[in-house]
Design a binder for this molecule. Structure first.
Ligand code: KIV
Ligand code: ZN
Length: 520
C-alpha cells in the first residue's frame, strides 16, 4: 500500500477480472470460483469490483448479486448496455451491496454508431436517457463511450458532457481495441478535463486493452494526465491480448513512486496468491516471463546476476519477492508434515479452512507427499484448485484408470467412472495414452462437445513434478474449461476432461442457455 498525501494523489483500482476477464473465450469461471476471487479482491483492497454483466445470463446475475451481498469493503459494480432493461437488471443484482455502482456503456465511434444505427444526435439522446435512468436508481453511475480512442474528439467531448449532465459520477475512457499510444492516451484525458464542462466534478477512468502491448503504459499515461481510476484485471486476463494487468500498474506506482506520486489502497503482498488463483480457475496459465507474477520474474539464472543478487538483492531486483507475497522459502512440506503445519502454510497462501475441510485436504496432501518428495507452494495451490474443482455430487466422477503404453500402438485405457450415480467401465484404444483415455470417457459419456484446447504444464521442476492439465470444450458456441493436477499426467488429463464435462452438464441442467453477450 502506498499512502496518499491528499485526496488528489489517490488512484482507484477498478478490477474487471470477473467481467472483462471472464468474458475472454475459455476463461469462464464457476459461481463458487467467482465468489472466491471476489473475496480475495475485496481483501486485497480493490476499490471497485466489476462483478459481471447481470443481463448476460442467470449465472452472471446470481454471481453479481451474491458478490454484492458478501463484499465488505469494495464498491460492487455491474455492467449494463445503454437500455433500460439492462440497467434495471443490473440494479437488481447490485442493489444490496454496501456500495453499489451501475456501469453503463455504448459504442460511440463511427463504426459502432453504424452498428447501432444511431446518428450522433440520436446517440446523445440515448446517453442522456439511459444515464438519467441509471442515476434515478443508483447514486453511483459510471458511463463509458466504448471505442473512445477511435471516436472523433469533438464528438467524444459532446457525449462525455451529456453523460456528466445526466448524472454520471465516473467517466471511463476505454481503448477497446488496444489501439492507443501513451502520449495519445494522456492527451485524450487532458483534452476532456480541459474542454468538458463539469469535468472537475467527476472521476476519469482509463480502461486499456493490450493488443499492442501498451495497456499498462497507456493506463499510467492517462493517470499522469489526470485519470484517477485504473481499470484492470489480474494477470491481464481479458479478451484477445487482455487488459491492463492489475499487478503491473500497482507495482509500477509503488516502485516508481518518485515519478508517479500516486497511491493505491492495494496490499501488494496479496498479488501472488490471487494471480495463482486466477490462473488456475480461468485455465489461462501465466507466461513464465510475465512482468511481476511470471515464474521467472524473480529467477536469476546467469552467474553474474546470481552473484550480484546474493551480495545485494538491489543489484538486479527493483522489487522484493515478498512485496508481492512470494515467500522466501518456497520449499514447504513433506510427508512428515503435520496438520497444523499444513493449515499454517495454506493460510499463508490465502486459504482459510474449516476443520472438516482441512481433514479432507490433509488426506489428499498426504497422498501427494507419498508420491512426491518435496511439496512446494505451487503444488499446494494446485491441490487446492483440484479440491475445489470437483464435488461429491458431480455427474461424472473418475473411479479408476489404467493405461497400457508402449512403443507399439495403439495405447489402451481401462476406465471406470460414475455416470449420473451409476458405475460403468469400458476399455478403449487411442493414439497415445491421453487419446485412449479421452476415447474411453466419450464411450461412457457420449457428447457433442469439441475439444478446443488440451494443454499440459509442469507445476514445479523434477520428474516427480505434478502436471497441470487444462481442457477447453466448445458446444453450441459456449465454452467449458476444466483443470486438474496430478503427478500422473494421464490421470490429470482424465480429471480435467471430466471437470469440463461436469460444467457442461451443470450448465445444461440449469437451462442456462442464454447467449453470452460480448461487450468488448
Ligand atoms: O473494452 C471496453 O470498451 C469495455 C467496455 C464495456 C467498458 O470493456
Ligand atoms: Zn474492455
Amino acid at each position: 500500500m502506498t499512502t496518499a498525501t491528499s485526496e488528489q494523489d489517490q488512484v482507484l483500482i477498478f478490477d474487471t477480472t470477473l467481467r472483462d476477464g471472464e468474458q475472454s473465450p475459455g476463461a469462464t469461471m464457476s459461481h463458487s470460483e467467482k465468489l472466491e476471487i471476489a473475496q480475495l479482491l475485496d481483501e486485497m483492497g480493490v476499490n471497485i469490483i466489476e462483478a459481471g454483466f447481470p443481463i448476460a445470463s442467470d449465472g452472471d446475475f446470481q454471481a453479481v448479486r451474491e458478490i454484492a451481498r458478501l463484499a465488505q469493503r469494495a464498491t460492487i459494480c455491474g455492467l449494463a448496455r445503454a437500455n433500460f432493461t439492462d440497467i434495471d437488471r443490473c440494479w437488481e443484482a447490485i442493489r444490496e451491496a454496501k456500495s453499489p455502482r451501475i456501469h453503463t456503456f455504448i459504442g460511440t465511434s463511427p463504426l459502432h454508431r453504424e452498428i447501432t444505427k444511431l446518428d450522433q444526435d440520436e446517440m446523445v439522446q440515448r446517453i442522456h436517457d439511459t444515464v438519467t435512468h441509471a442515476r434515478n436508481l443508483c447514486d453511483n453511475v459510471q458511463w463509458s463511450p466504448m471505442d473512445a480512442t477511435r471516436t472523433e474528439r469533438d464528438y467524444l467531448c459532446r457525449v462525455v458532457e451529456t453523460a456528466i449532465k445526466a448524472g454520471a459520477t465516473t467517466i471511463n475512457i476505454p481503448d477497446t481495441v488496444g489501439y492507443t499510444y501513451p502520449r495519445e492516451s494522456a492527451e485524450i484525458i487532458a483534452m476532456l478535463r480541459e474542454r468538458v464542462p463539469g469535468a472537475d466534478a467527476i472521476v476519469f477512468a482509463t480502461h486499456c486493452h493490450n493488443d499492442l502491448g501498451m495497456a499498462t503504459a497507456n493506463a499510467l499515461a492517462a493517470v499522469e494526465a489526470g485519470a484517477r481510476q485504473i481499470e484492470c484485471t489480474i494477470n491481464g486476463l481479458g479478451e484477445r491480448a487482455g487488459n491492463t494487468a492489475l499487478e503491473e500498474v500497482v507495482m509500477a506506482l509503488k516502485v516508481r513512486n518518485d515519478i508517479l506520486p500516486y497511491a493505491t489502497s492495494i496490499d501488494s503482498t496479496r498479488i501472488m496468491n490471487i494471480s495463482r488463483m486466477v490462473a488456475a480457475v480461468s485455465g489461462f496459465p501465466v507466461q513464465f516471463n510475465k512482468a511481476v507474477v511470471g515464474k521467472n520474474a524473480f529467477a536469476h539464472e546467469s552467474g553474474i546476476h546470481q552473484d550480484g543478487v546474493l551480495k545485494n538483492a538491489e543489484t538486479f531486483e527493483i522489487m522484493r519477492p515478498e512485496d508481492i507475497g512470494l515467500t522466501a522459502t518456497n520449499l514447504v512440506m513433506g510427508k512428515h508434515s503435520g496438520r497444523a503445519a499444513l493449515r499454517a502454510k495454506l493460510s499463508q497462501l490465502g486459504y482459510e479452512l474449516a476443520d472438516n475441510q482441512l481433514k479432507d485436504v490433509f488426506v489428499r496432501f498426504k497422498a501427494l507427499a507419498d508420491r512426491k518428495k518435496e511439496v512446494y507452494d505451487d503444488d499446494l495451490v494446485a491441490l487446492m484448485q483440484d479440491t475445489a474443482a470437483s464435488a461429491a455430487d458431480d455427474h461424472l466422477q473418475l473411479r479408476k484408470l489404467r493405461v497400457i503404453c508402449g512403443t507399439e500402438g495403439p495405447q489402451e485405457a481401462e476406465l471406470t467412472m460414475i455416470v449420473g450415480g451409476t458405475e460403468a467401465s469400458v476399455d478403449a484404444t487411442g493414439d497415445g495414452p491421453v487419446d485412449a483415455t479421452f476415447n474411453a470417457v466419450r464411450m461412457l459419456f457420449p457428447h457433442d462437445a469439441n475439444l478446443e484446447l488440451y494443454q499440459v504444464h509442469a507445476v514445479t521442476e523434477g520428474t516427480d513434478a505434478q502436471a497441470t492439465v487444462s481442457v477447453r470444450l466448445e458446444q453450441d458456441g459456449r465454452i467449458f474449461t476444466g483443470q486438474s493436477s496430478d503427478t500422473d499426467t494421464v490421470v490429470a488429463s482424465a480429471r480435467a476432461y471430466i471437470n469440463a464435462l461436469n460444467r457442461l452438464v451443470l450448465a445444461q441442467a440449469r437451462g442456462n442457455a442464454s447467449a453470452m453477450i460480448h461487450a468488448g
